[in-house]
Design a protein around this ligand. Structure first.
Ligand SMILES: [Zn+2]
Length: 54
C-alpha cells in the first residue's frame, strides 16, 4: 500500500504543506496539491522485502 508512505501534501505554487490525512485537495492559494511520499520509508521497506525474498 503506497498510501502508507504518504508524507504530506505540498502546494507546487506557494510551497505550503498539508496533513495528508485531512484529504485536502486544494491549497489556500487555489492550486491543486501534490502528494509527497516518504522515500526513506519506501526504500527501507523494499530492502526488507528483498532480504525476506532472498
Ligand atoms: Zn498554495
Amino acid at each position: 500500500m503506497i498510501f502508507m508512505y504518504m508524507s504530506h501534501l505540498e502546494c507546487p505554487k506557494c510551497g505550503a504543506t498539508y496533513d495528508p490525512h485531512k484529504l485536502t485537495q486544494l491549497c489556500a492559494c487555489g492550486s491543486p496539491l501534490l502528494v509527497r511520499y516518504d522515500l526513506d520509508k519506501v526504500k527501507a521497506n523494499f530492502k526488507k522485502s528483498d532480504l525476506i525474498g532472498a
